[in-house]
Structures are given as structure tokens and as C-alpha cells.
Design a protein around this ligand. Structure first.
Ligand SMILES: Nc1nc2c(c(=O)[nH]1)N[C@H]1C(S)=C(S)[C@@H](COP(=O)(O)O)O[C@H]1N2
Ligand SMILES: [Mo]
Length: 243
């Protein structure tokens, strides 16, 4: 708990607090769900290591509880979420570094979710102490809405880097060619919230105005798709994180 009273700190530039924590993302993924929400395996590949599937054994790693704010690029932020899991850096040192070898100089990591969503990050950004592989939220196992069975949590980066339903980690020395999940400009290579790196080529402040009107319809779309997937109506299936 290295962030004791986040409500008292100002939000990053262009962000507004949102009281609930909606299921959210790029619209095509609203209807994409993991094949197996209890999957216990992660694929590794890339130009820096041999392709292999490893069990995601968080068991051997020190568990962490962390309170952090979550910032979506579309300008909503949800404050003080309590995530539980392990540091990405601990997982990397135990399970990936021995396979890649430091001499190979991994620079980029592509993270993929079971729903087909993908994002890339610099390894150096992923090794920050506040980047988690989380399997609990507010003390409960991660829900399907928020990334079961395992997700990335990178609080210093926009939410689009925090890949849900994590199933595949690619390690690259060369900059990976990644088919963009959406328009290429939308995916900034680093996406740091403090620097308002919302997207490539366009200033972050400009995109605030472009993205803001999308929040309401996108949140509704994701909620409806989840309700349909669960076979319930959104009125009955309330967001447990609303408060
Ligand atoms: N697998 C997967 N991860 C994803 C997304 C997605 O659609 N699929 N959307 C991203 C975006 S844009 C945001 S803002 C957050 C939303 O996380 P939440 O649904 O838990 O609120 O997940 C990110 N990670
Ligand atoms: Mo987002």
C-alpha cells in the first residue's frame, strides 16, 4: 500500500474521476470473452526466446496488495482500486529472464489477452515496481469483466496497456510489428499518463475532446455485451465495484 490516500492527490492532466469501474475497451472487444476464464497457462514467444507454454505459477512469488488509480485514455479515472497479485518484474525474473538470457537484450514486450486484444510495452516500463500481474480486485478473484483469470495492471500507463485475460507474452529485441487493435495512431508506444501520451502523432489534450463523448456509449455497450454473455439483464447484473 504505497499510495495511502490517492483521493487527496490531483488526477493526471485531462482526467476526470468516475465513481464506478466499468468494463471497458475498444468497441470490437465488447463481444470478445476469454475461452477459458480459469486457464493456468501463458504462452511465451518472440525473437528473444524459444516459444514455450508455461504454467502461470504465481505461487512461488511474493504476493502484493496495491492500491492504485486506473486511468482510461478516454479521460475517465477510477481511484483507489485494490489489486492483488505479483509484481511483473518478479514473474519476469523467475519465469522469463532465465529463458531469454540478459545478453539477448529484450526491449519490447507484447501482451496478449484471450479475447485477441494486444498491446506492447517497453520492458523497462513493465519492470516498474507498481506493475502487477493481478488475480484479485478488492480482495476477490478477478471477475470476467475485469480480466479473469489474470491481468496486467500498469497504473502509470493508460488503461489500454493493462491487458486483461493475459495468455501470451512475447519478448522482442527488435521493435515488434503489431497489427494494431484499432487505428495505429491510438496506440502510443509508452502511453504514460503523466505525460498525457494518449496517442501517437496527435497531442494528448486534443484527444481529450475526441474521446470524451465516446465514454458513455462505450461503457453501455460493454455492459450490455457482458450481460448478454452472462445471460442476465444489466439491471440485475450490477457492477460490484460501483460505489
Ligand atoms: N484483453 C483486453 N484487455 C484490455 C481491453 C480489452 O478490450 N481486452 N481494454 C483495455 C482498455 S482500453 C481499458 S480502459 C481497460 C479497461 O479495464 P476494465 O474493463 O477492467 O475496466 O482494459 C484494457 N485491457
Ligand atoms: Mo481505455
Amino acid at each position: 500500500m504505497n499510495n495511502p490516500s490517492p483521493e487527496l492527490t490531483p488526477l493526471p492532466p485531462g482526467q476526470k474521476a468516475r465513481p464506478d469501474f466499468p468494463r471497458f475497451g475498444l468497441t470490437p472487444y465488447a463481444w470478445c470473452f476469454p475461452r477459458d476464464e480459469h486457464a493456468r497457462v501463458i504462452q511465451l514467444s518472440g525473437d528473444a526466446l524459444d516459444a514455450v507454454a508455461i504454467p502461470f505459477a504465481l505461487e512461488g512469488l511474493e504476493r502484493r496488495e496495491q492500491v492504485s488509480d486506473f486511468h482510461c485514455v478516454t479521460t475517465w479515472s477510477h481511484r483507489a482500486l485494490q489489486w492483488g497479485g505479483v509484481r511483473f518484474s518478479d514473474f519476469y525474473q523467475l519465469h522469463i529472464a532465465p529463458r531469454a538470457g540478459p545478453a539477448l537484450g529484450v526491449r519490447w514486450v507484447v501482451l496478449k489477452g484471450q479475447d485477441g486484444y494486444r498491446s506492447r510495452m517497453l520492458l523497462s516500463d513493465l519492470l516498474a515496481a507498481d506493475v502487477l500481474l493481478a488475480d484479485t480486485l478488492d480482495g476477490l478473484p478477478l471477475s470476467l469483466d475485469h480480466g479473469a483469470p489474470l491481468r496486467v495492471v500498469a497504473p502509470a500507463h493508460y488503461g489500454y496497456k493493462s491487458v486483461k485475460h493475459l495468455c501470451h507474452i512475447e519478448c522482442w529485441q527488435a521493435e515488434p510489428r503489431l497489427a494494431p487493435s484499432a487505428f495505429a495512431f491510438m496506440n502510443h508506444p509508452r502511453g504514460r499518463v503523466a505525460h498525457e501520451e494518449r496517442a501517437q502523432w496527435l497531442p494528448g489534450w486534443l484527444l481529450r475532446h475526441v474521446y470524451r463523448p465516446l465514454i458513455k456509449p462505450t461503457a453501455a455497450l460493454f455492459a450490455n455485451a457482458a450481460a448478454e454473455h452472462a445471460g442476465t439483464s444489466p439491471a440485475i447484473n450490477g457492477d460490484p465495484h460501483a460505489h
